[in-house]
Ligand binder design. Structure first.
Ligand SMILES: [Zn+2]
Length: 244
């Protein structure tokens, strides 16, 4: 049993028992951890404000066995503009789910944490295009998490004449080897190459038509669900909200 501090961001919350809340905190050097915040749902609770989704700061935890509990929190940033926008909020909920899908619990990955925080910042304060943010996050998360798409030559025969992207193989393929793969043109290929290889701070600094972003979204979200072999309800919810 010990007291510890974690610097991180709440990526998910769920109500628990009588007025309590279970938080998933994505923290520096620790990855995603779960902690219970007692009394968090009560309006006047001192920890209520610091037990909200997307609160970022330093959490003091008491690690008393099966589940740590939050003793106090010093919140530096809440990414408030995201909470006021149902589309952005539902996107972030999905991005949190796929991040958990890649990392699970207690797997430190500060590179992915930076990606997550940069993405929140872009959504909250840079008025970044939601669909662009989504496809960039999906492709970079997969790349950082061990599923980097191979985008040089056809994975089957080495042909440099790229015709399609194979979601299961995670690679580009030529026309002869493209059975079941998603057709991609040069613009899609170049955009994918840029997205997975650029620096974090430049990840949204490319020009793309609305049509190209749509196409990239279709590929990247299917790539995530194919590789993780999972359908995300939060993605269905986000897509339903976009259409409403
Ligand atoms: Zn081939």
């Amino acid at each position: 049993m010990a007291n510890t501090t974690v610097k991180g961001v709440i990526i998910k919350q769920s109500d628990y028992g009588e007025g309590h809340r279970i938080l998933s905190i994505f923290g520096e050097g620790v990855g995603i951890i779960k902690a219970i915040s007692y009394g968090a749902v009560k309006a006047k609770s001192s920890v209520a404000a610091s037990s909200q989704m997307l609160s970022y700061g330093t959490f003091s935890l008491y690690d008393g066995g099966r589940l740590a509990s939050v003793r106090s929190a010093d919140i530096e940033e809440s990414f408030y503009p995201i909470s006021c926008d149902i589309i952005k909020l539902s996107l972030v909920s999905y991005l949190s789910d796929i991040t958990y899908g890649i990392l699970g619990e207690n797997n430190a990955d500060d590179n992915i944490l930076s990606l997550y925080l940069n993405t929140l910042y872009a959504l909250a304060y840079k008025d970044a295009d939601v669909k662009k943010v989504k496809t960039v996050y999906e492709l970079r998360l997969m790349s950082f998490g061990g599923y980097m798409p191979a985008l040089d030559n056809c994975i089957e025969c080495g042909n440099e004449d790229i015709f399609a992207f194979d979601l299961k193989k995670g690679s580009v393929v030529c026309k002869d080897c493209s059975d079941g793969a998603v057709k991609i043109n040069q613009a899609v290929l170049l955009a994918m190459r840029y997205i997975i290889s650029c620096e974090n701070r430049k990840m949204l600094s490319f020009n793309a038509s609305e049509e190209l972003i749509e196409y990239l979204n279709n590929i990247s979200q299917r790539y995530v669900s194919t590789q993780l072999d999972k359908r995300f309800k939060s993605l269905d919810y986000y897509n339903a909200i976009l259409l409403s």
